[in-house]
Design a protein around this ligand. Structure first.
Ligand code: GAL
Ligand code: ZN
Length: 640
């Protein structure tokens, strides 16, 4: 894959069209400035109509057409939607839900991630494609599978149960260790035989949380193993071709992407921000930052987004004038070296026929195509930015095991990770401070400020890491219900928050989750809701106390000088203004500068390499640093 430009393109599904349309497609692709297409994502059924029988004719032809037109190909291994014969001959490859329902073919991703039959069939297809197209001049990158875990994150069949036991044996060694990890003395859950170890299937009431948590870990690993099986053969057959799979920027802990990252030659993101959501661009900024961070700061690919409306969140609103351009530039600003859409040509039939595309049902003489083509030309002119980096002084800690654990049943209060991450990320975004998204065990030494939203579960290594960061002079901002359990969801005994009591210089005696609609005042101004920790300082200074509610007079926000740094603790959820003030205060303390001073609300300033991006999400024209921005406009200043 050439890294000399910002790639521009789409998912291309020519099998839905006749060869005359392919030729028209190529003509229009050139007109739109398309440089790459991701091709063959759902072609298994056509390429291998019977087991071991291949029809490459149409693929050959399209590969050549694309190659002749100078369009690079991200070639899919096509393994996300198994052909009808696989489930007919091997019904055990179909996934089973928690309630024991075996799902049927008829949509896509209908396979059990642990199925050796599925994995072998998928690897076979990847091998055939690699042998046939490994040397094709158009081949730029392998796109393995598609959105692993998008629909099937976990399978509860017998094959998965056996695979889970193998995974547990590797993790724990013997049953005594497993029993200890799962706290099975509670409710008589001790297992004395491996055969009694089961996936967390439907139960009469609350399930064992450690078992649930391990099943999430195991399922993430099972999906990763599917990807790795294909990756391995592709690496052998085409060592010079990079390999990736598209992961999802959405608020669902589908898989532990941080543990997948080492297996991506380049990270690829699918993201579908919601045009109806006025804060969509802030969430999108977070996902872009996450993707860049997963690749250790290297550029990533935005492999899928929509040109206009999507088709599964009715009412599916189109993107108004300029919005696609604005959101696409946001990706490039935050580190993407590709802007690609699902899909090139809107399907005439099938489940997603109302999803927008570059070429609509009415053809290319319309607003969407003109806007896309304009963007293609703009991105071609921006080629100098490819490969350059985005720098961040602040990190936000984000961890999938914590996400899974925090949302298990029977916690003191109901915390939703998306809301919790947003509450910490949005004020940073509003201050125009660029943020990396890191795991709790990551090297933090490069950051002036580390923000830790509700890290309920953490390993000893993570606790040591955060402590070491502050000791060495770092500034930490951590919020309530952090450091409570170990990686098996067992309480860290001896006073909350077991992992961070010394670092924060306090003890939390009790949790006082607040009821819906209940709020309490803060002496620092504003109010708070959702949660109130009963904090007893043990060296920490009190920054704010509650002025009402069950904990009136006791500390709500504290700061502890520890080693050469500071640890600020937030025992509650302040309102948006109070939270923004608190974040500003933390930024001042850590001496973090925004990308640009004096940026009006609703405008994002991001610096990538020597380019400064100014993006106006508002409905009004604004003037920033002497630059006029129309509503939904973006300006890129080079050499700044
Ligand atoms: C993605 C998927 C695409 C298409 C798109 C639009 O999740 O990878 O194949 O379905 O969404 O819904
Ligand atoms: Zn299964």
């Amino acid at each position: 894959m050439k890294h000399d430009r910002v790639h521009f393109g789409a998912d291309y599904n020519p099998e839905q069209w006749s060869p005359e349309v392919w030729r028209e497609d190529i003509r229009l692709m050139r007109e739109a400035g398309v440089t790459i297409v991701t091709f063959g994502v759902f072609s298994w059924g056509l390429v291998e109509p019977e087991p071991g029988v291949y029809d490459f004719g149409w693929l050959d032809e399209v590969m050549d057409l694309l190659g002749d037109a100078g369009i690079e190909v991200s070639l899919a291994t096509g393994t996300a939607s198994p052909p009808a014969w696989l489930s007919r001959l091997h019904p055990e490859t179909l996934p089973v839900t928690r309630d024991g329902v075996r799902l049927s073919p008829g949509s896509r991703q209908h396979y059990c991630p642990s199925s050796p039959v599925y994995r072998e069939a998928a690897v076979n297809l990847a091998v055939q494609l690699a042998k046939r197209y490994g040397g094709h001049p158009a081949l730029a990158i392998w796109h393995v599978g598609n959105e692993y875990g998008c629909h099937i994150q976990e399978c509860y069949c017998e094959v998965s149960a056996a695979d889970f036991r193998t995974w547990l044996r590797e993790r724990y060694g013997d049953l005594d260790a497993l029993n200890a990890a799962w706290s099975t003395t509670f409710w008589s859950q001790r297992v004395a035989d491996w055969a009694d170890v089961l996936p967390p299937r439907a139960t009469p009431t609350l399930r064992n949380p450690a078992q649930d948590l391990d099943y999430r870990r195991f399922s993430s690993d099972a999906l990763l193993a599917c990807y790795r099986a294909e990756r391995e053969v592709l690496q052998q057959l085409t060592p010079d071709v990079p390999i990736t799979t598209n992961i999802m920027g959405m608020w669902e802990p589908v898989a532990d992407y941080a543990s997948w990252a080492a297996d991506f030659d380049v990270v690829a993101l699918d993201i579908y921000p919601e045009p109806k959501d006025p804060g969509a661009h802030i969430d999108a900024a977070f996902f872009h930052d996450q993707m860049r961070s997963l690749g250790g700061g290297r550029p990533y690919l935005m492999m899928e987004t929509a040109t206009s409306a999507i088709s599964y969140r009715p009412p599916n609103r189109p993107k108004r004038d300029g919005l696609n351009r604005l959101w696409s530039h946001q990706a490039v600003a935050r580190g993407a070296d590709a802007v690609m859409y699902f899909q090139w040509r809107a399907s005439a039939g099938g489940a997603e026929k109302f999803h927008s595309a570059i070429v609509s049902h009415g053809g290319a003489d319309n607003r969407i195509f003109r806007e896309v083509a304009g963007l293609g030309a703009e991105l071609a002119a921006l080629s100098g930015i490819a490969g350059s980096r985005v720098r961040a002084d602040v990190a936000i800690v984000h961890d999938y095991a914590n996400w899974w654990a925090l949302e298990l049943d029977a916690r003191p209060g109901e915390l939703k990770v998306p809301e919790r991450v947003r509450a910490h990320y949005a004020p940073l975004w509003r201050e125009n401070v660029t943020v990396d998204v890191v795991t709790p065990e990551a090297d933090l030494s490069a950051y002036k400020l580390v923000v830790v939203p509700n890290l309920y579960l953490c390993t000893d290594a993570a606790a040591d890491n955060l402590r070491g960061y502050v000791e060495g002079g770092g500034h930490l901002l951590m919020s309530f219900f952090s450091g409570i359990v170990d990686e098996c969801d067992r309480i860290r005994l001896g006073g909350y928050p077991g992992a961070f009591r010394e670092l924060l210089g306090l003890q939390v005696e009790e949790f006082w989750p607040l009821s819906e609609g209940e709020s309490v005042g803060l002496t620092s101004g504003g109010s708070a809701d959702l949660w109130a920790d009963h904090v007893v300082p043990e060296g920490a200074e009190v920054l704010a106390a509650y002025t009402g509610g069950p904990l009136a007079g006791s500390p709500a926000i504290t700061r502890h000088a520890f080693g050469l740094g500071t640890a600020t603790y937030l025992g509650t959820r302040p309102d948006e203004t109070a939270m923004r003030e608190l974040v500003r205060d933390a930024l001042r303390l850590a001496e973090v500068e925004p990308v640009l001073q004096g940026v009006p609300d609703g405008v994002e300033a991001v610096r990538r390499g020597t380019h400064l991006f100014l993006l106006n999400y508002g409905d009004r024209p604004v003037s920033v640093a002497g630059v006029e921005l129309a509503p939904h406009d973006v300006v890129v200043l080079a050499g700044s």
